[in-house]
Every structure is written in C-alpha cells, then in structure tokens.
Design a protein around this ligand. Structure first.
Ligand code: PDD
Length: 281
C-alpha cells in the first residue's frame, strides 16, 4: 500500500494537496531526495540525510527537522508503506507565501512531502543496455543541488527519446557532466573513470557507493574529467542512480560501445553492488 506524509499527516498519495501559492509549485523553490527501500531497509540512508541537509543549506532553507527526526519520519513512512522494493520520495519546499513574489520570506513554514511507492523489481538478466545521445548541457550552474526544478532535465530526456534514444548524456564545454537523471562512468583498458564532483553535476549517492565498491575491490578507479571523444571511444559506459542502480550503455550516438552488450567490468561491479544491497538489509 503506497503512503504519503504531508506536513505531519499520513494519507493516500492521491489525497495529498498543497496550496497553489506553495513556492515549490510557483517557483520550483524546493529540494528533494529519492531513496531505495530493499527488504524494509532504506539503502544508504545516512548518505541521503547528509545530502538532504546540504541541499537545504544551499538554498538557504532552515531544515524543519533535525537529522534524527528525519530518520524516524523516513523509517515510519517505510513501516507504514509496507512496499518492497519501494522508492521513498522526500521533498521540502519553501512553503506557502502569497502573493507571488520572487523575494522569499526569511522565516517560512516549509512544506514536507514524503511518498513511499512500489518500485519495479530489476531482474539482472533483463538488463538491456541503453542507447544514449550526447547533448549540450544547458542547465544552470548548480547541478550539485538536488532541486525540484527539473524542466531542463525533462526537456533533454524527451528530446533524446523523440530522436529514438533512451536518454541523453550531457556535455558542457566538451566535458561529460552526467545523464539527465544519473551519473556517468566509463571503462577504458580496464580503468573505471567517472567525472569528479563539481557544481555542474549531482553528487550521486550511487556514484559514491560504486566508487567505494570499486576501490575496496582493488579495481582501477579514477575520478577525472571525461571528454566527449573519450566517452565515444570507451570500452564500457554505465549510468548510476538510485532507480537505475548501475546500468550499462550499449550505444552513444551512432557509436556502438564495446560489442553493444553489458561489459565484463560492469558485470563485476554490478555483482558487488547487488551483494552490497543484500548486506545492508
Ligand atoms: N535522480 N544526476 C541526476 C541529475 C539525478 O537526477 C540523479 C538521481 C543522479 C543520481 O543520484 P543518486 O545516485 O543519488 O540517485 C544523478 C533521481 C533518482 C530522480 O530524480 O528520480
């Protein structure tokens, strides 16, 4: 049973209502997190709580809850939702302020929304490599803040789909940033590479987890910039996110990556990733 929490009350998600003067609705003035729930456990919860606070600080919104309060609210939502696996969506906006004004009040009552919804089970044997197209990353310069204003990401992804691809990998000044909703990794001659954290890309929790797993397993792992031509010439390309976990890419533009199927390094890292999910629960 899916469940929603809105400003202190529990309800069915379709019954949740916010004001048209909510700054999240009017201005996209809010931040969010998406967490995966496996066997009743929130995967990498501590890391999500740290990023939640970082996003709130970045938009200068005083957190309505201390970290331990967030934790118990999240765990209560999971317990009430009883969905497995599930995605927990958490959104905090700058609350209701009327009349509409770009200037936000210093003291606000943030709007807090959480939903727990059933997630599709990702059977590993059904993983089909993605076909992606490169596109100019025209988003704002603070991709590191997990803001709810995702219009650019949505436009870019829809453009990619209209052109016959599954998604877009974004390139800024010739350098790969991320995909529309995931981080990017390549493998070249056995070395795993992902772009370093910057203000142009989200500091993905899955990205960090994959970097840690690769380092712990003694795989060659580098965090450095990736040019568009390096992406096209890679032996393997993957994207990582809470929803996609570690997902292989088989084609970039008209260039087949490797032989178009999931690579051996992906297989090794995905095995580590799947094992880490079981360990956390
Ligand atoms: N998206 N980059 C972007 C632009 C994202 O939107 C996401 C996640 C990621 C990966 O972050 P993480 O590994 O912490 O999920 C990278 C979420 C899942 C979404 O918007 O649904």
């Amino acid at each position: 049973m899916a469940i929603a929490y809105l400003n202190g009350e529990w309800m069915q998600p379709e019954d949740a209502r916010v004001s048209v003067f909510d700054r999240g609705f009017m201005f996209g003035d809010g931040i969010y997190e998406v967490m995966a729930v496996y066997d009743g456990e929130v995967f990498t919860l501590d890391q999500h709580l740290v990023r939640l606070q970082r996003s709130l600080d970045a938009i200068r919104l005083v957190s309505p809850h201390a970290s331990e309060e967030w934790r118990s609210l999240i765990l209560e939502a999971v317990a009430r939702g009883q969905e497995n696996p599930a995605y927990l969506y958490l959104q905090v906006t700058r609350g209701v302020a009327a009349p509409r004004n770009h200037v936000y009040p210093e003291v606000v009552q943030p709007t807090v929304l959480m939903t727990v919804m059933h997630a599709p089970v990702l059977e590993r044997q059904n993983v089909v490599p993605l076909k992606v197209v490169t596109k100019e990353d025209f988003r704002w310069g603070r991709g590191d803040i997990k803001v709810v204003s995702l219009i650019a990401n949505g436009l870019l992804k829809n453009e990619a789909i209209a052109e016959g691809f599954d998604d877009a990998i974004l390139v800024r000044d010739g350098w790969v940033t991320e995909s529309t909703a995931a981080n990017v990794f390549i493998v070249k001659e056995g070395v795993i590479v992902t772009p370093p954290k910057s203000n142009y890309l989200l500091h993905g929790i899955t990205r960090d987890h994959v970097v840690d797993l690769a380092n712990e397993a003694g795989l060659s792992m580098e965090e450095r910039s990736i040019s568009e031509s390096e992406l096209l010439e890679a032996d393997e390309v993957w994207v990582t996110s809470t929803g996609q976990e570690v997902w292989p890419v088989g084609q970039v533009n008209d260039q087949v990556i490797g032989n178009g199927s999931a690579g051996v390094v992906w297989q090794a890292v995905d095995d580590l990733f799947q094992a880490s999910k079981r360990k956390s629960s």
